[in-house]
Design a protein around this ligand. Structure first.
Ligand code: GLU
Length: 477
């Protein structure tokens, strides 16, 4: 087989959709699995959709996800430039060729006429597509009108008979009736190519062997195949990825949760967890393994194991995965990421490392550091309703009082001393188990759940523990 070359070809229109990240990832995994090339091409020919900073966002997201490309912006090769807006001369030379061969034609129809045409077609329940009004204008006349400066676009002259077949690795053979394929605009009146034209020319020139992209592009593929035929170029292999769905199986939408990769970065997800999660949106290895390292993904990924059915974006699963990834980090790597987050959250403390380790197992994302570390950064407790109930239980009072008194025997509270202390309290009060531990936890942390108590006590130190016990005694009145 000739070299595997795939591309991720986003249109920078603002944020990076999680679906785009999946497309990028599947291309990346396929390239790495096959020792091929992964190319990044920026499809920025739609000037009306230009958004400042969108390309930077994209590059950042790829960098964050650790998906390095072999050719693309900043990694030029003979196939560049990789911004379509810098390739206009190339598209012009190719469009000339098919106009000369009468496979494409200038269309002078005004917006008004096209609007009316569409309205009439809709009213008559007909497919909405160009009616071919300019398809047969004699070449000389068309040339004259162009020289006069008449506003026009260039459309492809789609054959009106027969069928166009798309062979898709995931979907099998899909057929399209040519009479229903539109005379797609290839060059717009501003001289810029449309997605369809630039995409086909570039995939050919960049020697793309496999086009792996979202299912929404499948119908367009029929037009692309006709274009390949016009030029006599070899058609790449196609793999159209299943839709991403909300849990109610509607198309994944902003209304039901975050869809921008930037949101997940900002919320403190680990790239490794996100990649693992995204990889399973439409692909599985054939068993029920859920946690994969990137090496395993590269090793096991094949297009044949991608599903046809839509993939549900289940945020709880992502959260679970992220917490698993955090738990499995070694403490040094964990601390270096967590410290960055503390800085971002503007939290500082001399016991930083101990605090971070104490809450490690409780984090779903790094953003949780704020909530999970508050008990360490406040002087007095702020009781939840459940905590209040435990504090107010009749036998809790004696627990607090005895604990406070017994603490007087120790100059400081270490892990061992705390253990001893609780044994002393149990002996004196005869309160044990939950009835002993819960009021203490409630009084010290204000909550019923939290990091392990001995760790909390160790970080709090004797003074703070004393103060908090006094607070609880006072609260009971
Ligand atoms: N520019 C298209 C997009 O933004 C690329 C589609 C394709 O991969 O052909 O999704």
């Amino acid at each position: 087989m000739s070299e595997i070359r795939v591309r991720f070809a986003p249109s920078p229109t603002g944020y990076v959709h999680v679906g785009s990240l999946r497309t990028a990832l599947y291309n990346y995994l396929f390239a790495r699995h096959n020792h091929g090339k992964f190319i990044l091409r920026i499809e920025d020919t739609d000037q009306t959709r230009y958004v400042e900073g969108a390309v930077e966002n994209l590059l950042n997201a790829l960098k964050w996800a650790n998906m390095d490309y072999d050719e693309g912006p900043g990694k030029d090769s003979d196939d560049g430039p990789f911004y379509q807006s810098q390739r206009l001369d190339i598209y012009n030379s190719y469009i000339k060729k098919i106009i000369d061969e009468q496979k494409a034609y200038p269309c002078f129809c005004s917006e008004d006429r096209l609007k009316k045409m569409r309205e009439e077609q809709t009213a008559a329940n007909m497919p909405v597509m160009y009616d071919g009004f300019c398809r047969n204008i004699p070449v000389n006349e068309a040339r004259k009108r162009i020289e006069q400066g008449d506003k026009h676009v260039i459309r492809m002259k789609t054959p009106k008979n027969g069928i166009t077949k798309v062979n898709d690795i995931i979907r099998g053979e899909v057929e399209f009736r040519n009479e229903l394929i539109d005379d797609q605009v290839l060059i717009k009146s501003d001289g810029f190519p449309t997605y369809h034209f630039a995409n086909v020319v570039d995939d050919h020139l960049m020697k793309i062997s496999h086009v792996i992209r979202g299912e929404e592009w499948l119908p367009s593929t029929s037009k692309h195949i006709i274009l390949y035929d016009f030029f006599g170029w070899q058609i790449p292999q196609y793999a159209h990825l299943p839709l991403l769905l909300n849990p109610d199986r509607s198309k994944l939408s902003k209304r039901q949760g975050d869809v921008a990769v930037e949101d997940y970065i900002e919320k403190g997800y680990l790239p490794e967890a996100m990649i693992n999660f995204i990889a399973l949106l439409g692909w599985n290895r054939g068993d029920d393994q859920e946690l994969f390292t990137i090496e395993e993904l590269i090793n096991d990924f094949t297009l044949e194991r991608i599903n046809k059915a839509g993939a549900v974006f289940n945020i709880e699963k992502l959260q679970w995965m992220n917490s698993q990834y955090i738990k499995s980090m070694d403490n040094d790597s964990y601390l270096s990421v967590a410290r960055e987050w503390l800085k971002k959250l503007e939290i500082q403390d001399e016991n930083e490392a101990d605090i971070l380790i104490a809450v490690k197992d409780r984090l779903t994302t790094f953003k949780d550091l704020r909530k999970e570390t508050t008990i360490f950064f406040r002087e007095m407790a702020d009781y939840s309703n459940e905590a209040k109930e435990w504090i107010l239980k009749s036998e809790s009072k004696v627990v607090f009082k005895v604990m406070l008194k017994e603490m007087g025997h120790y100059s400081q509270l270490t892990l061992e001393i705390f253990k001893q202390l609780m044994q002393d309290v149990q002996k004196t009060t005869q309160v044990k188990g939950k009835n002993l531990w819960m009021p203490v936890r409630a009084a010290l942390t204000g909550e019923l759940a939290g990091p392990e108590l001995p760790m909390v006590i160790d970080i709090f130190g004797k003074n703070k523990v004393e103060k908090l016990l006094k607070q609880a005694i006072e609260y009971r009145g």
